[in-house]
Design a protein around this ligand. Structure first.
Ligand SMILES: Cc1ncc(COP(=O)(O)O)c(C=O)c1O
Length: 462
């Protein structure tokens, strides 16, 4: 494995982690990595019981990210999400949540025996990529006033954001806690006004961010922030969150990863908005240089430091787009049927952009217009299937907890061992957003969609 990973070294990374195979790290930091891999001693401190320099690092992060309290979670946002839900909710509580959330949230709901209430489209139109708009969240809050919390992913994988202020205001009015998966937005605090507003600045109560996705930190580093206002008015209990850190975080948290979060925070505070202004400008230049067949996907409110390119007008398959990038030794974060997602790092060199521009420009659209049109129709059909599944009313056969951890139940009238429900998250991967949660009835529509994805080389986890 080690040698395989080392062979990645000469490739151009437009993906997470945002330290670009360590190129964003100083020599001094790289040389000290193994020394930082230590245990809790009197001198090193305790990440789960912060005092002294650990406390100082947490406090500096809280100040930099605009939080009342911050924890470093060294086992990723997957863990931070579990802590966030367990810190805010009790067994059996209702939570308003979209179906299309990262599987970490689904698993947290199951582990904690929460009652999910899915967000439904307010106007009946399926959510694009399963991501609800603000109006649909507000409608779900009106429909489920007994819910204790509302869970929002913002930004999404493609850098799109929604207005969280209105949701936060309504949450306060109804006494709900607003929990935000801001895994892809740890860098927002670096450049207010240039990048989208942070979830905390819009009134979120607890926020989980992956530091390694957009800041120069090691994988899997996460920040868990508690809002100062929510602590002050008793909406959230920091002691409960601290207790849950000890439940869900490993008892051997990595100081190496924690130190990398501290250094990433220091770099962010020191350098401010400038590196992001540069990246946004490089993204703009690249987009301007591309042939008209490409379209940048950046609806209003998007994170402009993320580069999402729609190539659907080329009539080319996913593999046909992936091949020239691979040959040019350029690695994107994600290539789906329509879009390529690039995550530029804070210090991405201009030469990398030049190579990416040349490679994208070298792809020619298929010549037959009829072929392009039929390709576009197939894509739309596939996306309609996906978005309909993301936005459908759930048919629960049992709770997510029972489906994941309990005895399996089979259809009584079928001798072929047909399961009554999904026993796991069913999600095309990447990016891993579920078309069905464990416990939901699945049918031919799920199977047909999964088949179509697998035929085109996208794995479906189940
Ligand atoms: C939206 C979202 N939330 C949460 C996670 C989990 O984060 P981590 O990989 O840091 O555990 C991811 C990972 O890709 C993600 O995309």
């Amino acid at each position: 494995m080690w040698s395989a990973l080392c062979r990645q070294a000469d490739r151009i990374s437009f993906h997470m982690p945002a330290h670009r195979q360590g190129r964003a790290f100083s020599r001094e930091w790289i040389d000290s990595l193994a020394r930082c891999d230590t245990t809790e001693l009197e001198r090193t401190g305790d990440l789960a019981d912060p005092s002294s320099h650990v406390r100082q690092a947490y406090d500096l992060a809280a100040a930099a990210f605009g939080a009342g309290e911050t924890w470093f979670i060294t086992t990723g946002t997957t863990t931070a999400i579990r802590i966030m839900l367990a810190g805010a909710l009790r067994e059996g509580d209702e939570i308003i949540i979209p179906r299309a959330v990262h599987m970490a949230a689904v698993h947290a709901v199951a582990i904690l025996s929460l009652n999910p209430r899915f967000v439904m489209p307010v106007d009946g139109r399926p959510f694009e990529d399963g991501q609800p708009d603000t109006a649909s969240f507000l409608a779900a809050m009106r429909d489920h006033p007994e819910a204790k919390a509302i869970y929002v992913t913002c930004p999404d994988y493609y850098g799109r954001t929604i207005d969280l202020r209105a949701i936060a205001t309504e949450a306060r009015r109804l006494g709900m806690i607003l929990l935000v998966d801001e895994a892809h937005g740890a860098h927002f605090a670096a450049a207010p006004g240039l990048l989208p507003p942070t979830a905390l600045s819009q009134g979120a109560d607890i926020v989980a961010q992956s530091a390694h996705k957009t800041l120069p930190a090691l994988t899997p580093s996460s920040l868990l922030h508690l809002s100062s206002e929510s602590i002050a008015d008793g909406r959230i209990c920091p002691r409960r969150v601290a207790a849950m850190v000890r439940v869900f975080q490993t008892s051997s948290p990595s100081f190496m990863i924690a130190a990398s979060i501290d250094l990433a925070r220091a770099a962010m505070s020191r350098e401010g908005a400038e590196p992001w202004r540069r990246i946004i400008e490089l993204n703009r230049k690249l987009t301007d240089a591309l042939p008209a067949h490409y379209r940048r996907v950046s609806p209003p409110g998007s994170d402009m430091s993320r580069l999402v390119i729609d190539y659907s007008q080329f009539g080319r398959s996913r593999e046909e787009m992936a091949f020239p990038l691979d040959r040019a030794r350029v690695d994107a974060e994600l290539i789906d049927h329509r879009r390529i997602v690039f995550i530029p790092a804070i210090d991405q060199p201009e030469d990398d952009y030049d190579r990416l521009t040349r490679t994208l420009c070298s792809v020619r659209p298929v010549e037959d217009v009829a072929l392009i049109e039929s390709h576009a129709r197939r894509l739309e059909e596939l996306e309609k299937m996906r978005d309909t599944l993301f936005s459908a009313r759930p048919l629960w056969q049992c709770t997510p907890r029972r489906a994941l951890f309990g005895e399996m139940q089979f259809e009584e009238d079928q001798g072929d061992g047909m399961l009554k429900y999904a026993t796991n998250v069913i999600a095309p991967y990447p990016p891993g957003m579920p078309i069905a949660w464990p416990g939901e009835r699945i049918d031919e529509r799920h199977a047909a969609y999964a088949r179509r994805m697998e035929e085109s080389g996208i794995a479906v986890r189940n």
